[in-house]
Design a protein around this ligand. Structure first.
Ligand code: ADP
Ligand code: MG
Length: 733
């Protein structure tokens, strides 16, 4: 009988390494600078295609966060079309980031008909705004179907680029009423809020600072799996993760994959991927094997958060395309395999000024260090105040599997600072302000006993168990999931820090008004914060049971159920913070939650159905075939051997037959219960209750069913098993 698994294994094993790049003029001799940003309408290129005055206005507006005038858009559109058509483009699309995740596009051709004549056209209006009639995107109730209009509008701060024959225009996606229906809109709002608040605080230290922006350097983890094996696993195809599968005897115990030599076929894929990413202007720089077998990582050089996020989304789609060319499938799911490491997307975040100062890097003199400590401590306060919200910003049905597991960030948000910074904060805390803050002629500030030393950071002080770690000149938010749009986490962080900086400034100004000297006021408020933010600071083992108990005592959010974590968006502190910073209105927050709950329940519904199908149509038939074989064997043995002899001879067979019977029975019973639980959940009136029901009733049943299916995998004859096993999925490349 044909066995899908063995057919797939044969194909996978005979795979030739594809070192051919099918679209690249890239040879060994070509240098990155020859093709970097080849497909991007960079500022340099704009100069060739757009009038000088128009450009000056455009750049000035973009750099100062002002709205672009329609007339400017008209002139820019002409230049964009010319460049794109020179490069062979025939279509254009507004490229946006709906709340479903990923990116969306709707292609239109450049040509139009006027009086029966064909005209190549791309107007300022087409660049500026589109109405994609994308009424099927989730809006969480913001749009009713009768007023389903959603608009996409040009984001001139992120350059347009080409994918094949299509010009892609990064856009925001908003409702008719102006409410955000995407991730980009609030992300841009949050950077504006952060810029404003941070600039005000910078003014205490340096009046030259006109602009502050947030930087993001993402590290994208992913798994690769051979295409043939992928197609033999309906769960991978339909849900992105394996819903069952017994551990491989060898998996990641030896940690021999981490930073190991990259397998040849994978390297060919990576080179191709990097080439395409670089052409798209994504400065990818790092590639390596990750901890789990067949798990890898790529990271670019950090960029402005809005652009970096566009680039991450673009890279995720490039990855999928390039992987297919190499007969791989890329798994961006946070937890494709139980029992081995999941995939995250560490978000390295910092704030920098237009004067070139990284506000999260220690400075060269005490004065700069005071500025550094100011921003550091304010981030701590923001994370503390909004730790539940930050967790909500990264939670999803898929990332839920990764959090709190023993090889991933814990489900409690805390901040790791490392020994050195902790010592500096301790010193400042205990310093006596009365000993004087002396400012010498060179504007260097000496802080009495707490004279902030030159801080040289030792980057080796790492704590992998921390979800939010200071790593020398930035914070690394490690809880973000590999398939997520980083925008969700980044906008929450930007907004929380913006609010915190506003509070800080108000407090310092209040003291100054009462007559305190500026430096004293700064110093006093910082010292107050150093004490106040102690609960969020934790350098210990985030996986330990003691920490869970301790975190609860410290008042940190310890909720682990995703649907309940989503509630944190609607805490009064969250609503207030998003309102003050102008990042999201209460209606927008409510709608985001609705979408999150709905997506959660739908994903679990799909998983549960697929699992039901797998066990009933793959696992049980294989188990029954094997059981029948054993039963026939028992009968045959009985015919040949005497009764005395068969009693002992058949013992093992009997035992296996019984085990199969028990596991099969348990599976059938489980599937029935699970189907029932699903039906009950589906009948609930609102999305939140549905999500909670799926979490509380369907998910545990899925785990139970899986346990029995995995037990059967260990019992049933290997040749009869139809689904590729973990050792095959994880080790073939
Ligand atoms: P890791 O040791 O965590 O893997 P990497 O050297 O791979 O660190 O860097 C991770 C990411 O952090 C890269 O994208 C890098 O550009 C980014 N990064 C470095 N400095 C900063 C910074 N100041 N702000 C934001 N991101 C940064
Ligand atoms: Mg890192």
């Amino acid at each position: 009988m044909a066995n899908v698994r063995f057919d797939a294994l044969k194909v996978a094993k005979e795979r030739q390494v594809d070192v051919q790049r099918d679209n690249a003029p890239c040879t060994k001799d070509s240098k990155v600078k020859d093709y970097f940003a080849r497909d991007v309408f960079t500022r340099e290129r704009m100069k060739e295609y757009i009038d000088e005055q128009v450009l000056a206005q455009l750049f000035d507006d973009v750099d100062n966060g002002r709205t672009i005038h329609r007339e400017i858009a008209g002139s820019v559109a002409i230049g964009i079309r010319k460049w794109a058509m020179d490069r062979g483009a025939t279509h254009f699309t507004h490229w946006f980031q709906p709340l479903t995740g990923g990116t969306a596009e709707k292609h239109d051709a450049f040509f139009t008909l006027k009086d029966g004549m064909l005209l190549e056209e791309f107007s300022g209006d087409s660049l500026y705004q589109q109405e994609p009639d994308a009424s099927s995107f989730p809006s969480g109730g913001i749009r009713n179907t009768f007023e389903a209009r959603g608009y996409s509008a040009w984001d001139p701060s992120s350059p347009v680029f080409l994918i094949g024959d299509t010009l892609c225009i990064p856009t925001v996606f908003v409702a008719y009423t102006g409410e955000a229906l995407d991730y980009k809109t609030p992300l841009i709002r949050s950077t504006a809020a952060l810029c404003h608040a941070a600039r005000e605080v910078c003014a205490y230290f340096d009046k030259q600072v006109k602009h502050v922006h947030a930087n993001l350097g993402w590290e994208q983890e992913y798994f690769l799996v051979d295409e043939a094996l992928y197609h033999a696993r309906p769960d991978l195809m339909l849900t992105g993760r394996t819903l069952m599968g017994h551990d491989s005897a060898k998996s990641q115990q030896l940690e021999d994959h981490y930073f190991g030599a990259i397998p040849v076929r994978v390297l060919a894929f990576m080179r191709d991927l990097e080439y395409e990413a670089l052409c798209a202007g994504i400065p990818v720089r790092t590639r390596h094997n990750e901890v789990a077998p067949n798990q890898f990582e790529m990271a670019p050089i950090y960029e402005d958060v809005n652009l970096a996020n566009d680039h991450n989304l673009l890279v995720m789609s490039i990855m999928e395309r390039v992987a297919q060319r190499h007969h791989f499938r890329v798994l961006l799911h946070e937890k494709p395999y139980a029992g081995v490491n999941g995939s995250g997307k560490h978000c390295n975040w910092s704030m920098a000024t237009n004067t070139g100062v990284n506000l999260l890097a220690p400075g060269k003199n005490p004065y700069q260090n005071l500025q550094f400590i100011t921003f550091l401590v304010n981030v701590l306060m923001a994370v503390q105040r909004h730790n539940g919200l930050l967790k909500a910003s990264i939670v999803s049905a898929t990332n839920e599997h990764r959090l709190g597991a023993n090889e991933a960030p814990p489900a409690i948000i805390s901040v790791f600072l490392g020994k050195q910074i902790t010592e500096v904060l301790d010193k400042l805390e205990h310093a006596s302000a009365d000993k004087g803050i002396i400012i010498n002629a060179k504007k260097e500030m000496k802080l009495g006993v707490a004279n902030i030393p030159e801080i040289l950071l030792d980057n080796t002080d790492r704590n992998r168990t921390s979800p939010f770690a200071f790593t020398g000149n930035r914070f690394e938010f490690r809880a973000v999931g590999s398939s997520a749009n980083c925008g969700a986490a980044m906008l929450a962080l930007n907004a929380a820090v913006a609010e915190q900086l506003m509070l800080f400034k108000a407090e310092v100004d209040g003291r100054i008004e009462k007559g305190e000297p500026k430096e004293r006021a700064l110093f006093d408020v910082i010292r107050k914060y150093i004490v106040a933010c102690k609960p969020i600071r934790f350098d210990g083992n985030g996986y330990s049971e003691e920490w869970k108990a301790e975190a609860g005592k410290r008042g940190l959010d310890c909720e682990t159920s995703a649907p309940l974590v989503i509630d944190r968006y609607l805490l009064p502190s969250s609503i207030g913070m998003f309102r003050t910073t102008g990042v999201l209105s209460e209606a927008e927050l409510q709608s985001r939650c609705e979408v999150k709950w709905e997506t959660y329940a739908k994903k679990l519904q799909i998983e549960s159905r697929v699992l039901g199908d797998l066990v009933v149509n793959h696992v049980l038939p294989a188990a029954k075939r094997y059981q029948t074989m054993l039963l026939q064997n028992v009968l045959a043995v009985k015919q040949v051997f005497s009764a005395d002899e068969t009693a002992t001879l058949n013992e093992m067979d009997y035992s296996i037959i019984r085990q199969i019977e028990n596991h099969s029975g348990a599976i059938l019973e489980g599937v029935e219960k699970m189907t029932d639980a699903r039906h009950k959940a589906n009948r609930l009136p609102d999305e939140r209750s549905k999500a909670i029901a799926y979490h509380d009733t369907v998910l545990p049943l899925m785990a139970q069913i899986r346990e029995h299916a995995d037990a059967l995998e260990m019992i049933v004859d290997d040749e009869m098993w139809t689904l590729p096993k973990y050792r095959e999925l994880l080790f073939i490349h």
